[in-house]
Write a protein that binds this ligand. Structure first.
Ligand code: ADP
Ligand code: ZN
Length: 745
């Protein structure tokens, strides 16, 4: 038997090995193996069982070891890795490494689990004899005899500075016992880092929920590939629908992957899910998968899934690679979230990979959101995805009333820039008096500076690309980051002539201070990246907020994900403009999503909620449609713009970033390259750029970019990548290809 192995060490090809008789039973496609390469032993994945004809079998080297007695990458994952490698033009070994965390590749726990303990007490004579003949053994024995529990072998050896031979000798004498035991460290115990336990009883489904659950049930029973978009407004009870679908999949003997955008930011969703799963399926443990797991937790969770002991995993994007057996259902909650896109190599999109895995496995992929991405929504409209809608909030609760405050008027009234409008201040006073709670959001995304007139709300856009122009302080010019169109930055507003054409957003801290001034007696807390860096602080703040100990919570929109606090009756969005004027064709979509999601945090209890949105451009469509959470209206208008400019979802986009120490050289080569691509690929790509990146320079490296607009990725990517690899790049220019990027700014 010979096998073709993909080594995990930067060799991007299949190497052939013999399999010794003793290992045959354990080797299959997908096995993680150790193989000799040059003078080293490296890890690899068996890609095929082969009978190579080109060279004599006896000249092949042999597989040295098999790490797990089952395929570490089941066939659907290996297929997925190959697809990703092609689609994202990324190396296969890097993808396999993303699928198999380091702890798993190194079989971390398997080595650490040898435990030592004494078998019996020694009498004085025996001890004296041992001390005399073998002092190292005596030292080790004495140490172990003092411990209450068996000790980890590796730790004992390093601590006492003795060799493994000493242990062997003691075992031989019968004084010490060596055992291998698996220690339970799986992150489904209740102590995982961000767990806030939320009691969660099954609800009686309302009519819409029931219809959705029934439709899903049929699909799950069919057991075929399909994608369904669950579009349910905020507070419509989507989680309950997910839970029933999960129940169905488990009942059908299947496994489930549940993806959330970020585990640390969605503790409520995860806690509710786990709480309920234990109720509906007590014999199914739920593995939690996130980036803060210890090595031990990670490998134990992975093993529990790989052996079929656990069948449900909840986690962030990389949980899509969990080795779940007989996968029947993948849920992607908040499928519109940009956090699903990985921003380092391999730059995959968790949602898109989920759809592909479902396809390769024959599972149902359920995408859920109150504000679906236009990509998923147009797929549903085209009939490629099924569509289920929840149009009412549970218990006939009302969507909150949204008030738009025009900050241009506010600036005039208060004679200068202000972070809190009169209306918001009044509303906060009112809630404080009634002991109801308020959340204030500041959207702090975006470093790029647009020019916004605080008098008339005018923002300069690129005439060719319909995205905001970016202000470059160095040479006082405005540039478009898609097509490189540029002009002098105007000193006065081009629309109304006012001199106030300059605007800065404000941070959480400034807003917090402003709130303290108007509500000196209230308890105010701030959650942002600074607070989040302190361990457990986020969880503590959320429980205090739930307990009613905090009156006003000020934070970036990252706190807005999936929160469900019944006593919140006022939500303020301080600055809707930040997201609207980033140089990205998705700026409107992001703004609409932000507004609807943020507003959705209000009025989730018995009392109606109110939302106040402050903006300099109240007439903008993203804002107007969000007033009534009119997704259909927004999508229709936005899709029209996308179609006119032939942006996604009507075409795909690839971003190509170039970095180098010399700007001249970068410019020269990227221009050469652009011409080369246009010539070679002709009408198959529409190329824009090269243009400087929004951040032109990082750590003394200049950055340029090229955009490719294409009809289908698979038709172009292989050729584009081959051209790129063959092009004569100088050594000091590095580059990154990003397929289907989610952030253009
Ligand atoms: P969404 O994710 O759609 O915003 P959630 O799933 O968070 O909504 O549900 C909102 C609230 O409604 C939760 O507190 C949930 O427990 C509750 N809920 C869900 N379904 C029902 C139901 N059928 N009857 C009563 N309450 C429900
Ligand atoms: Zn442009």
């Amino acid at each position: 038997m010979t096998v073709g192995v993909h080594p995990l060490a930067g060799f991007d090809k299949l190497l052939h090995y013999k399999v010794p008789e003793t290992l045959r039973a354990q080797v299959a496609v997908g096995s993680l193996v150790r193989v000799p390469i040059l003078n080293r032993q490296l890890l690899g994945i068996v890609g095929e069982i082969s009978e190579p004809k080109d060279f004599p079998v006896d000249r092949l080297k042999s597989v040295a070891a098999v790490v797990y007695p089952f395929p570490a990458l089941p066939p659907d994952l290996l297929g997925l890795a190959r697809w990703m490698s092609g689609y994202y033009a990324a190396k296969l070994d890097g993808i396999i490494e993303a699928m198999l965390p380091a702890a798993v590749r190194n079989a971390a726990s398997l080595k650490q689990e040898k435990l030592l303990s004494v078998t019996r007490p020694l009498d004085a004579e025996e001890l004296a004899a041992l001390t005399k003949r073998a002092p190292a053994q005596a030292k080790l024995y004495a140490f172990l005899a003092q411990q209450f529990k068996p000790q980890k072998k590796s730790l004992v050896l390093s601590r006492l500075d003795v060799t493994a031979a000493v242990v062997t000798a003691l075992v031989k004498r019968g004084f010490v016992r060596e055992e291998e035991r698996r220690v339970e460290r799986i992150a489904y115990s209740d102590d995982w880092s961000t767990g806030e336990v939320v009691a969660s009883q099954p609800h009686r489904l309302n009519v819409e929920q029931q219809a959705a659950v029934d439709a899903l049930s049929v699909k799950i029973t069919e057991g075929k590939f399909g994608v369904t978009l669950l579009h349910g407004i905020t507070g419509s009870g989507k989680t309950e629908v997910y839970l029933r679908a999960i129940h169905d999949a488990l009942a059908a003997g299947g496994g489930v992957i549940f993806l959330v955008p970020e585990v640390a930011l969605t503790p409520q969703t995860v806690a509710r899910l786990r709480g309920r799963l234990e109720a509906i399926a007590p014999d199914h443990r739920c593995v939690v998968w996130h980036s803060h797991l210890s090595e031990g937790e990670r490998i134990d969770g992975w093993l529990a899934l790989a052996t079929g002991e656990a069948r449900v995993v909840v986690g962030a994007r990389s949980a899509i690679f969990a080795p779940v057996h007989n996968l029947k259902l993948i849920v992607v909650d908040e499928e519109h979230e940009p956090a699903y896109k990985q921003d380092e190599t391999p730059r995959y999109h968790g949602r898109d990979v989920a759809v592909m895995r479902a396809k390769l496995t024959g599972a149902l992929c359920l995408l859920g959101s109150a504000t679906p991405s236009l990509e998923s929504f147009s797929n549903a409209q085209a009939g490629k995805y099924g569509l289920l809608e929840l149009k009412e909030r549970v218990d006939a609760r009302k969507l909150p009333h949204i008030d738009i405050v025009d900050m241009k008027i506010e600036v005039m009234r208060q004679r200068g820039f202000t972070s809190l409008s009169g209306k918001l201040v009044d509303a906060m006073h009112d809630r404080f008096a009634k002991r109801e709670q308020t959340i204030l959001f500041i959207n702090r995304r975006g470093y790029s500076s647009s020019m916004l007139c605080t008098k008339c709300g005018h923002v300069e856009e690129c005439p060719h690309c319909s995205i905001t122009m970016t202000y470059h302080r160095a040479d006082e010019r405005l540039r478009c980051h898609l097509c490189a169109h540029e002009r002098d930055a105007p000193a006065r507003c081009p629309s109304c002539g006012a001199p106030e054409i300059r605007w800065r957003g404000m941070g959480t801290q400034r807003v917090e201070e402003a709130v303290r001034r108007v509500l000196p007696k209230a308890r105010i807390e701030r959650i942002d990246a600074d607070t989040m860096s302190k361990k457990n602080r986020f969880r503590e703040l959320l429980s205090e907020f739930r307990a009613g100990k905090i009156d006003v919570l000020v934070g970036t929109q990252m706190i807005g994900k999936g929160l469900d606090f019944p006593n919140v009756t006022l939500v303020g969005l301080i600055d809707a403009d930040i997201s609207m004027h980033i140089p990205d064709f998705r700026a409107n979509e992001r703004t609409f999503q932000l507004l609807v999601q943020v507003a959705g945090r209000a009025g989730r209890g018995d009392r109606a909620g109110e939302v106040i949105v402050q903006t300099f451009t109240p007439q903008a469509e993203a804002i107007q449609f969000s007033r009534h959470a009119d997704f259909a209206g927004f999508a229709a208008s936005e899709l029209k713009m996308r179609k006119d400019f032939r942006y996604p979802p009507y075409r795909h986009l690839i971003h190509h970033l170039f970095r180098g120490p010399s700007e001249e050289k970068l410019k020269f080569y990227t221009e050469q390259w652009a011409r080369h691509v246009e010539k070679a690929l002709g009408a198959r790509v529409e190329l824009r750029g090269p243009a400087p990146s929004p951040i032109e320079k990082i750590k003394d490296e200049y950055r340029y970019q090229v955009w490719y607009f294409i009809d289908g990725v698979t038709r172009v990517i292989a050729d584009l990548n081959a051209l790129r690899l063959a092009f004569a790049w100088p050594d000091d220019i590095t580059q990154v290809l990003d397929v289907d990027p989610v952030n253009l700014s």
